[in-house]
Design a protein. Structure first.
Length: 262
């Protein structure tokens, strides 16, 4: 059971008890008689659960970064906030969009439900939007025939792996962000299995070419050679979108990372 569904069930149960207490139970008790424990707890927690549910469903939701696929932008252990309304207002649990607002843009860091297992939340960077022709060959990214600008900067030292990687500043839609490239990592990307719209992609020994279908997005990790992303498992449909990541609010291993991401 997902946490969102658990929270909704908890809200319904406590809300029902709260309403029952207000409309009938309170009037039927003798004067001075205490509330049953289950009524007391439900009445006390219902407003808190309601506020948490509304905030988490429609405004912001916290996430913890579990892997190194977005290094150096996001590190393992970063606690981030995700804007839930940037891309439209969606119904909780079913994730159905009811009020369209903005579409994801290239360069956005987006949280979404993993297409192969929607119970899992993934986070990657939007590289391709509907209609884009994405090429990733010899570790260079090209969009609609235009090479994406990159500039090499100082190498990055991974504290977890104690290994240096080449670091570049890449620019997508005027959004500058850092990416990592490892020269000794293989160039060839092999899809895990046939995925929806896999016919839109062509793979060979030096990379791939994909055309993003309508209503879908092509996602990549900033740690390019250590990321399982759209190159492997395909496109992300719009209905899987959770929100746009915008803020680091905690990392217990590096307290100075507070607010270092937008």
């Amino acid at each position: 059971m997902s946490f969102a569904l658990f929270l909704l069930l908890l809200l319904v149960v406590t809300g029902a008890v709260w309403a029952l207490e207000a409309l009938w139970l309170r009037r039927s008790r003798a004067a001075g008689e205490k509330q049953p424990w289950w009524v007391e707890y439900s009445v006390s927690f219902f407003p808190v659960i309601l506020i948490v549910f509304l905030l988490r469903s429609f405004l912001v939701e916290p996430f913890k970064i579990p892997s190194s696929s977005m290094v150096p932008t996001l590190l393992v252990g970063d606690f981030i906030l995700v804007n839930k309304f940037t891309y439209g207002i969606r119904l909780p649990v079913v994730n159905r969009k009811v009020v369209p607002l903005h579409d994801p843009q290239r360069g956005d860091v987006m949280v979404f439900r993993y297409p192969e297992d929607p119970s899992l939340d993934y986070i990657k960077r939007v590289v391709g939007v509907p209609g884009d022709r994405i090429e990733y060959r010899n570790k260079r990214l090209t969009i609609n025939g235009n090479p994406v600008p990159v500039k090499q900067v100082d190498d990055y030292l991974s504290k977890e792996r104690m290994q240096f990687s080449k670091r570049f500043v890449e620019t997508l839609n005027s959004v500058e962000h850092q990416i990592l490239i490892e020269d000794d990592a293989p160039t060839m990307m092999t899809p895990s299995r046939s995925f929806p719209h896999s016919a839109n992609c062509n793979y060979n020994t030096n990379g791939l070419t994909c055309t993003v279908p309508p209503g879908h997005y092509f996602m990549m990790g900033d740690n390019r050679d250590n990321s399982s992303d759209s190159r492997v498992w395909g496109f992300v449909p719009d209905e899987n979108i959770v929100g746009r990541a915008f803020f680091i609010w905690l990392n217990l291993n590096e307290l100075g990372r507070f607010g270092s991401f937008r």
